[in-house]
Design a protein around this ligand. Structure first.
Ligand code: CDT
Length: 324
């Protein structure tokens, strides 16, 4: 069988003043724990290496740049330790980070690192950037300034094959993986772009505010408990529904907990099967590994029957989706 042991590394609170070395060390510990449990691939969250800085209005350019990764993510001082450890343990990792390019552009990015070859097999830049360009007037509001700090991703939704994880069979080939980042998971279009490429596992790291009344705008968002439960419900709803309608596994990893004791991010890291059921789920809002075996052949039933795209889709009615 084409079975892969996949883990999500949930990362608890990361405060504004936490040192990068301390955060990096926590990520390495999580990777070691996943390795001791036999993981072959580990997903880390969105913007893994720092606190989720888009909640803050940062006007000082140098301070803002300090949250971004510059240069080669595999060898830069602030991030190298995780990639070196992945190589040492022979585990592939998918990890999110704030990317500053040599041309001075900024993206919300993740990469898939293939341990055996020590190389990046794929890079994805977040397409759906939530939030605003301008901060809220209320100084107490939690901002989501992704539209200010990042450019929309320019790499599309590209599935990719990953060697060395399973014994490839001639008729199925190597596993087909794809990546999205946080808000992307709410968009059926993102999933379908991957689904149409025969995706078998979708990886998605996230930072989702549990209580941020200015952001969500729903009737439940004034009560912190209700708001948190609703955000968690919507997270699971989209992961389960879209895994089902694209007949694929999905893995999600939260950056969660109370950053600075003040900003609540939901937990709820999950691994979902192609039938839409949750197979593994985090139990805390702290650093935690969830892990399970995924038999990719379980994707076949959906892909050949109910969601056989070639037989059942009616593309003549879908053109409205790509009109402006
Ligand atoms: N990081 C990220 O994309 N967070 C968003 C928050 C929504 S803003 C209302 C999310 O979709 O989870």
């Amino acid at each position: 069988p084409r079975t892969i042991r996949i883990a999500a590394a949930q990362v608890g609170a990361v405060h504004l003043n936490d040192t990068r070395q301390n955060t990096l060390q926590r990520l390495i510990c999580l990777l070691e724990e996943a390795s001791s449990k036999g993981a072959q691939v580990v997903l880390f969250p969105e913007c893994t290496f720092t606190t989720f800085f888009p909640r803050h209005f940062i006007s000082d350019e140098a301070e803002l740049e300090s949250f971004f990764e510059h240069g080669d993510i595999m060898t830069a001082d602030n991030t190298r330790g995780l990639f070196d450890k992945a190589k040492e343990l022979s585990i592939d990792i998918c990890v999110g980070f704030a990317e500053a390019t040599n041309d001075g552009e900024h993206y919300n990015t993740c990469v898939y690192y293939h341990a055996k070859t020590g190389s990046l097999l794929s890079k994805y830049r977040k397409v759906h950037l939530p939030g605003d360009v301008e901060p809220f007037e209320d100084p107490e509001a939690t901002n989501q300034l992704e539209k200010r700090y990042f450019k929309p991703g320019d790499l599309g939704f590209k599935a990719f094959r990953v060697p060395d994880l399973t014994d490839a069979t001639p008729e199925r080939g190597e596993p087909i993986f794809g990546m999205m980042i946080c808000n992307d998971r709410r968009w059926a279009e993102a999933w379908r772009c991957l689904g149409l490429q025969g995706i078998e596992v979708v990886f998605c790291g996230y930072n989702t505010a549990g209580f941020a009344p200015h952001l969500w705008g729903t009737s439940t968002d004034q009560d912190p408990k209700e708001a948190d439960a609703m955000a968690l419900f919507h997270h699971k709803l989209v992961m389960q529904a879209h895994s089902y309608t694209n007949s694929c596994f999905s893995v999600s990893a939260a950056r969660c907990g109370w950053d600075d004791g003040k900003y609540n991010l939901i937990a709820g890291s999950t691994i979902v099967g192609p039938d839409g059921k949750i197979i593994a789920e985090s139990a805390t809002n702290e650093d935690e590994i969830i892990i399970t075996d995924c038999n990719l052949d379980d994707c076949r039933a959906g892909k050949t029957r109910t969601f056989n795209f070639g037989r059942h889709r009616r593309t003549e009615h879908y053109s409205i989706i790509t009109l402006q």
